[in-house]
Design a protein around this ligand. Sequence first.
Ligand SMILES: C[S@@+](CC[C@H](N)C(=O)[O-])C[C@H]1O[C@@H](n2cnc3c(N)ncnc32)[C@H](O)[C@@H]1O
Length: 210
Amino acid sequence: MSIKSKIKKVSQRWRDRWDRDLHDFEKVYPLIKPIPGFLKSPQQERWFFKTARKAPENAVIVEIGSFQGRSTVSFGLGCLGSTKHIYAIDLFEGDNDMYGSGEFQDRFIQHVRSCGVEAHVTPIKQHSLQVAATWNKPIDVLFIDGSHEYQDVKADFESFYPHVKKGGIIAFHDIKGKWDGVIRFWAEVQRSGLMTDFGAVSSLGFGIKK
Ligand SMILES: C[S@@+](CC[C@H](N)C(=O)[O-])C[C@H]1O[C@@H](n2cnc3c(N)ncnc32)[C@H](O)[C@@H]1O
């Protein structure tokens, strides 16, 4: 390891030590850990937690694709002690392929309760585009993790983008790996001029609405 990367590593370690959010996240991560999900752990859960912490008071967080609640509770634990709120949109039906079959809403609710974040979460058991059709709250944080087909990711983005506040955060899961639809749309978003300040935590891509 070069001197430069050693210094970088040591200073990062010090920054982390003084990072209260990180310290708090480590305390709550054992609650999140047993929940089934698809995140790159624990760095993506940490991003949700810290993003919720940094969001303004009364923030509206919209999540498309909640499954059994792993990303939802990561946001939710970052909302504790605040008036921030998450709207968790999912059909909660599973499928017979990737998510398995069954009724997932009960498990979602159980996980939200076991983490003590139910006051901060409203589950919406509906197709994302149906929700978008009547949506009327300005959004501070939008997280898109529903269907990974190109047309669906594009439709989710286009239907919720107008509701995101200027300066709000928009994040996509699975911008890397085998998810061609998300990868293609993520590349388009970065060229679109609609967002700025792009970043990524492993397969989670995010940026700011201009
Ligand atoms: C990858 S999973 C979400 C994972 C979750 N964010 C986590 O942390 O574990 C995708 C979810 O999106 C849901 N979904 C797919 N298309 C949808 C749509 N158009 N509207 C609502 N939910 C949708 C599926 O039911 C599935 O539970």
